[in-house]
Design a protein around this ligand. Sequence first.
Ligand SMILES: Cc1cc2nc3c(=O)[nH]c(=O)nc-3n(C[C@H](O)[C@H](O)[C@H](O)COP(=O)(O)O)c2cc1C
Length: 192
Amino acid sequence: MKKILILDFSPRKKGNSAALTSLMAEAVTASGSEAVCYAIRDIDVRPCKACGACKKKDVAFCAQKDDFTAMMPLLDECDGVIAAAPIYFGHVPGPAKCFVDRFYGFFNPMVDHPLFTVKESKKLAAVMPCGGGDPAAYEPVAQWLGGAFRTVGVTETKSLIENGLNDLWDDGDEKRQALAEKAKELAAWVVE
Ligand SMILES: Cc1cc2nc3c(=O)[nH]c(=O)nc-3n(C[C@H](O)[C@H](O)[C@H](O)COP(=O)(O)O)c2cc1C
């Protein structure tokens, strides 16, 4: 059974990211895989302090104790990641950047520490709802996110970027229904 880590980086509980990650979690579970879901707005992940402790032999990953501590083994052992991050000022929202900065603990690790074994060949589905911007202009942001997740074993990234999504999720909205189908297809790609 594959384990898929699903992250929602939007601050909006009933936003498009929340609805899409929930649909994708259902698709993952329906395929017989395990979906482990976190809304980053509900947990405490503080910025990297650049303390350098993660480069010391006796420190596994990151010395800072907050909710990222429980994330580290999950990031390591999962088989794929679905990350929804709305576009804010042309990039990911602040909490998403804080989150990936904490991957520094995985970067150039002390390879002789057993906890530093990172599973490779993971897929990342980058789901990026946006407002008025051109979705094609944000593809580099999705690929940037894939590059950051490379640190935790992601080798392939596919994006789902859709604009006109400033309003909260509405099940009756035709545009959103079509988007839901695309999201489920992308979830199927992550677990295949
Ligand atoms: C602070 C802020 C900055 C934003 N910047 C952009 C932007 O640069 N380009 C864009 O197309 N949409 C932008 N938006 C719109 C959001 O990307 C859009 O509403 C998105 O669908 C929100 O996702 P959510 O429903 O998952 O919260 C911005 C919204 C906020 C709150």
